[in-house]
Design a protein around this ligand. Structure first.
Ligand code: DQA
Length: 146
């Protein structure tokens, strides 16, 4: 099986941007760790990041040929109906990740328009959230959880 690890806008700056909120681990480190966990769990992890909404829609569509998605939509989670519809159009299970605890932050971050079409969401577990999400996606793929 293949799982897409997809990161949205500004997450290319992970590790440099606002470390009090997002920690000091870089996106390259996250991709390495998640890929290593994938190897352990028997899935190939394909990594992608974009700062552009339409490009993210295309990446989500590319997962129509894959088995699952771990997706941090960044700020788009709060208002992109296009990304929500893209996730809704893909049969593969998608789990949302936010590195920070969005519920402890500004009220505009408390709403996710994408979360209702996800198979789960994780917020506030730091970059560890990506690995937790991968574990859940893999258990959904293997039929061990629902
Ligand atoms: C984020 C939370 C969003 O509110 C924010 O716009 C981001 C990162 C997170 O991972 O905590 O860019 O998705």
């Amino acid at each position: 099986p293949t799982v897409l690890l997809l990161n949205g806008p500004n997450l290319n700056l992970l590790g440099e941007r606002d470390p009090a909120q997002y920690g000091s681990t870089t996106l390259a480190d996250v991709e390495k760790r998640v890929s290593a966990l994938g190897a352990e769990l028997g899935v190939d992890v394909v990594c992608a990041q974009s700062n552009h909404e339409g490009a993210l829609v295309d990446h989500v569509h590319s997962a129509r040929a894959m088995d699952g998605i771990v997706f941090n939509p960044g700020a788009y989670a709060h208002y992109s109906i296009a990304l929500r519809d893209a996730v809704d159009a893909v049969a593969a299970p998608c789990v949302e990740v936010h590195v920070s605890n969005v519920y402890a932050r500004e009220p505009f971050r408390h709403t996710s328009v994408t979360a209702p079409v996800m198979r789960g969401s994780i917020s506030g577990c730091g970059v560890h959230g990506y690995e937790l999400a991968l574990r859940h996606v893999v258990s959904l793929i293997s039929g061990e959880s629902r």
